[in-house]
Design a protein around this ligand. Structure first.
Ligand SMILES: [Zn+2]
Ligand SMILES: [Zn+2]
Length: 99
C-alpha cells in the first residue's frame, strides 16, 4: 500500500516537473507554479501573435488585453510579461550569491 500519492506535490504547472527535478519553483496564487527552466524558456521565446483566444494570466488573473504579452503553457496555464519579470527577479535574487 505504499502508493506515492502525497497530498501536496509541488510541480511546475507548465512543464509538470516536480520540485525534485528542478532548481527553483516559484509559487503563484491558486496553486500555480512555474520553474526556473520555464521562466527562462519563456523569456527567450517570442510571444505567439496568432493567439485569438482570450488568454488569462494564471498568476495575476489579468486578461490578454490588459497586458503587453502573454505566454501560454501546454497545460492550460498562462503567464504574462509582468509576472514573468517578477519570476526572473526572484530567480536572479536567489542565485546572485552563487555567481
Ligand atoms: Zn517548468
Ligand atoms: Zn500575470
Amino acid at each position: 500500500m505504499l502508493k506515492r500519492t502525497k497530498p501536496y506535490v509541488y510541480a511546475c504547472s507548465f512543464c509538470l516537473k516536480n520540485h525534485q527535478q528542478i532548481t527553483r519553483l516559484i509559487a503563484g496564487p491558486n496553486r500555480i507554479y512555474i520553474c526556473n527552466e520555464c521562466v527562462m524558456h519563456f523569456v527567450d521565446s517570442e510571444v505567439l501573435p496568432e493567439h485569438n483566444q482570450q488568454l488569462v494570466c494564471s498568476f495575476c488573473g489579468k486578461q490578454q488585453q490588459q497586458i503587453a504579452n502573454i505566454w501560454s503553457g501546454e497545460h492550460g496555464v498562462n503567464i504574462c510579461s509582468e509576472c514573468l519579470e517578477l519570476c526572473v527577479d526572484i530567480i536572479a535574487a536567489s542565485s546572485s550569491h552563487n555567481a
